[in-house]
Design a protein around this ligand. Structure first.
Ligand code: FES
Length: 351
């Protein structure tokens, strides 16, 4: 028997163990969040997701509160707006607010919420961080002044990547996510998967290779499948003026839910490499020379025909790669079976 809960006057039946935030999102009811990432355990740090529950005298963080049978939940009220404004004002009091030149402008969750709740950093203006920008590795730029201490970066590094590269270091005002002893990231202590970048809700952690190459809303996002291994992770190629300038996560991807490794996230330079082979090559007199597709395909077809006539179709087989998509592997199998007439089909991932 599911639990019956009412959200903003509408009744829902909830199966299994769900938080209030889970149920709201699954029901299409928006609740603002900053420290929440569906890939991570609930944290309850930012207090943006507060909701009111009838009979409970204080608002509750919806991301950490399990739904209970009979709950009557309110997600929008004057009190909640006031509390969310307060939280945002406190977060922004120690924030550079340099959105004009921030790499993340247009894709920043904090900027969006500040606009929505009409909050700036002046209410509690006081001491602010003035720390240098860290570019001590080839992939990730770290601007500690923009960190809001939501701990999404450190949690994803621990809970998902299990690399423990970064942790909340220091105490009080000096707390910040960093490596042990605040040293640079290197291949010895970091996988450079960019998971921390993918979850950062502000411009504190950004992809170094894509910096200055275009605002997020101006990028054309092309969904694709990673070709580095057979896992089949999805992501978005961010394309500007016909060039791939960044890779961003596809959080709805069923295989990887926005998670990527270093190759998927940062290994895209080959796309525009001058050394890339763009036309077919045919060996003539011991040397490869450029050819048209018609020439190349004609040559391959003729050679296969000769071989099949001489040795029979059983002497021909097709090996496909786990780097290919399922559709490509299927096409190869179909071609070998239907065009060649052989059942010798295999794949390097078949073990
Ligand atoms: Fe619930 Fe941050 S999203 S406290």
């Amino acid at each position: 028997m599911g639990k019956k809960v009412t959200i903003n006057g509408t009744q829902f039946t909830v199966e299994g163990d769900r938080t209030i935030l889970d149920v709201c999102r699954e029901s299409g009811i928006r609740v603002p969040t900053l420290c929440h990432d569906e890939r991570l355990e609930p944290y309850g740090g930012c207090r943006l997701c507060l909701v009111e529950v009838k009979g409970i005298p204080r608002p509750l963080a919806s991301c950490t509160t399990p739904v209970q049978d009979g709950m009557e939940i309110i997600t929008e009220s004057e009190t909640l707006t006031r509390l969310r404004k307060m939280s945002l004002s406190l977060i922004l009091s120690n924030h550079p607010n340099d959105c004009m030149c921030c790499e993340e402008a247009g894709a920043c969750a904090l900027q969006e919420l500040a606009y929505e709740y009409d909050v700036d950093g002046r209410r509690f203006a006081g001491e602010v961080w003035d720390l240098p920008v860290r570019e001590d590795n080839p992939f990730i730029t770290y601007e500690p002044n923009k960190c809001i201490l939501c701990a999404r970066c450190t949690r994803i590094c621990q809970e998902v990547v299990m690399a423990d590269t970064i942790e909340l270091t220091g105490r009080g005002f000096n707390t910040m996510p960093d490596t042990a002893y605040r040293g640079p990231r290197t291949l010895e202590n970091c996988e450079f998967c960019g998971q921390c970048v993918s979850t950062c809700p502000t411009g504190a952690l950004t992809d170094r290779k894509g910096r200055g190459k275009g605002r997020a809303p101006r990028m054309k996002k092309v969904k694709t499948t990673c070709s580095y291994c057979g896992t089949g992770c999805n992501f978005f190629l961010n394309v500007k003026d016909g060039r791939v300038v960044k890779v961003t996560s596809d959080y709805d991807a069923p295989v990887n839910r926005g998670n990527l490794c270093i190759k998927g996230r940062y290994g895209y330079d080959f796309i525009h490499s001058d050394e890339r082979i763009k036309t077919p090559l045919i060996k003539k007199d011991g040397k490869f020379v450029e050819a048209t597709w018609d020439e190349a395909l004609g040559l391959v077809a003729n050679r296969f025909t000769e071989l099949i006539q001489k040795y029979g179709p059983d002497k021909v087989g097709g090996f496909s790669s786990s780097r290919c998509t399922n559709e490509e592997n299927y096409l190869l199998a179909k071609w070998v079976r239907c065009a060649i007439g052989s059942n010798n089909v295999d794949n390097c991932a078949r073990v």
